[in-house]
Design a protein around this ligand. Sequence first.
Ligand code: ZN
Length: 125
Amino acid sequence: MKSVIGFDRICEWCGKKFVAHKSTTRYCCLPCNQKGYKREQREKKARENNEKVKFQSQGIDPEELKKKTYLSIKETCVYLGISRSTLYRNVRLGLLPVIGLGGRTIFKREDLDKFLDDLSTLDNN
Ligand SMILES: [Zn+2]
């Protein structure tokens, strides 16, 4: 009697159940594999493009922000790569010091750099 070691998998392309020899196999057959791979590449490209468009539509170049001393709320979001609501949350939690200037809220870039440093320290732990 021959024993077959396999993993019950569902094909990510056609949804068919199949037995794979490796737990990492995601498609039931080569054509499904190729179609799935192509779709993945397309989605990845679209995602990258969206990111770019997001920065461009705001008219803010993240590189330019590194030369500034003070940043507006919008610029800070781009600089930190976070959304406005995440920014406000961090301010409320006291993680990001804000500077009020004539009714305008601005951020000191030094503080933002420190914030980013703290974040990466957290990630490493
Ligand atoms: Zn399939």
